[in-house]
Design a protein around this ligand. Structure first.
Ligand code: GLN
Length: 294
């Protein structure tokens, strides 16, 4: 099927927008995805494409379109084809070394911003950390909306930190990039707000097949997906300021386990937030005084 499209869209032939959409369908590529590619190639909105469906693709457009269609037909996410993804109003560069930011994670950002604007608002330069920053999505979304925050972004992978650096530079936002595993490179520092979207999918989970283009290290965690969440929670008391908050994204069926662990370690005000699809997606709490003298 991919071959058919490739021959239909051969650079020597002319190809109209309507034909391009037909060839995408023949390859099993969603019409909306194909339209999105054409929007990018023409620099025009969808309404323009519909009104000009006899417009011809240039040779360069045809080559790029054909390449995108075959990659998309193989299952590669659009964000990697385009090298970018919108998150919380920011246009972020993404590539195969980083997880593609999800709308679900905006729930975590919104919660963090609520705390910065509310309970933590008396702190002049709140210390914020994003653990496992990947593209820098969470850290940058917070920094853009709360400029006085001193934001640290941690990742184990140097290749991810390069992407986060490029996003910070591109957006003109300052953050401190730190290489290390969760809290390990942050000894001696205490934060008022810590956020993390760690890997939380159990090894062998059936959803992983659809996520095969994304870094598995950002997706999969042992102990049924809870291993990294547990590690972050257990070490948090040594790295949070008095009254500091820890907010964690997790799987839709992990909220209770995460809340329980937070309580055991000494968090108070432990609660869960739901994502845009109504699933329990983030849990967090405020470090209670009982654990501060550890
Ligand atoms: N929410 C993502 C998904 O299920 C997983 C992100 C993660 O593991 N942190 O596609």
């Amino acid at each position: 099927m991919i071959d058919t499209a490739a021959s239909e869209a051969r650079p020597t032939e002319s190809l109209s927008i309507a034909q391009a959409l037909t060839s995408a369908a023949a390859c099993g590529v969603d019409r909306l995805d194909a339209q999105w590619m054409l929007e990018k190639l023409f620099g025009q909105p969808r309404t323009w494409l519909i009104a000009h469906d006899d417009a011809l693709l240039s040779e360069d457009q045809r080559v790029r379109y054909t390449h995108w269609i075959s990659r998309r037909a193989a299952g590669e996410p659009l964000a990697y084809l385009f090298g970018e993804k919108e998150f919380h109003g920011l246009q972020l560069r993404v590539g195969p070394h980083v997880l593609i930011p999800r709308p679900d994670t905006e729930t975590l950002v919104e919660w963090g911003l609520e705390l910065l604007m509310g309970e933590l608002s008396a702190i002049v330069a709140p210390q914020v950390v994003d653990l496992g920053t990947g593209s820098g999505a969470i850290a940058l979304a917070i920094k853009r909306r709360w400029a006085t925050a001193a934001v640290a972004a941690v990742d184990l992978a140097a290749s991810a930190l390069e992407v986060a650096r490029s996003n910070a530079d591109g957006l003109g936002l300052t953050m401190d990039l730190v290489q290390g595993s969760w809290w390990s490179a942050l000894s001696g520092r205490r934060f008022h707000l810590a956020l993390s979207n760690p890997p939380y999918i159990a090894p062998g989970d059936e959803h992983l097949a659809a996520l095969r283009y994304e870094p598995q290290s950002a997706l999969v965690s042992g102990e049924n997906g809870l291993s990294d969440l547990h590690e972050i929670i257990d070490d948090a008391p040594d790295h949070l300021a008095a009254g500091g908050w820890l907010l964690l994204e997790h799987g839709h069926d992990q909220a209770e386990a995460v809340r329980q662990r937070l309580c055991v370690v000494g968090f108070e005000n432990v609660q869960t937030r739901i994502d845009l699809t109504g699933r329990e997606r983030c849990s967090g709490g405020r470090l209670g005084t009982r654990s501060l003298d550890r």
